[in-house]
Design a protein around this ligand. Structure first.
Ligand SMILES: [Zn+2]
Length: 93
């Protein structure tokens, strides 16, 4: 995705526009990353340049967890371990 797109996005769950972009891999566009919502603590992955801005009920838990595992070392703890709706910290709760 292109960085400009951030200006148009809102969180599909809480409608907040207070979104933070965390870039994990970038070439011409952002290839992999996370869009983190400051309103509700959810995160949305960017996979193969596509931001996946889905509401909770349409998310795939296994995909979310495998994405977080893949990028865990580059992600802030609040996303990897505490992000909503699924995170790697769930097992320890
Ligand atoms: Zn939100």
């Amino acid at each position: 995705m292109k960085r400009d797109l951030m200006e148009l996005l809102a969180c599909p769950m809480c409608r907040s526009e207070e979104l933070e972009l965390i870039v994990l891999a970038e070439s011409v566009e952002i290839d992999e990353g996370v869009i983190a919502c400051g309103g509700c603590g959810r995160y949305y992955p960017i996979i193969d340049t596509i931001p996946v801005m889905l509401p909770d009920q349409l998310r795939d838990r296994e995909e979310d967890l495998s994405f977080l595992t893949r990028w865990q070392r580059k992600l802030p703890r609040r996303v990897a371990l505490e992000g909503r709706p699924h995170s790697l910290g769930e097992a320890g709760r």
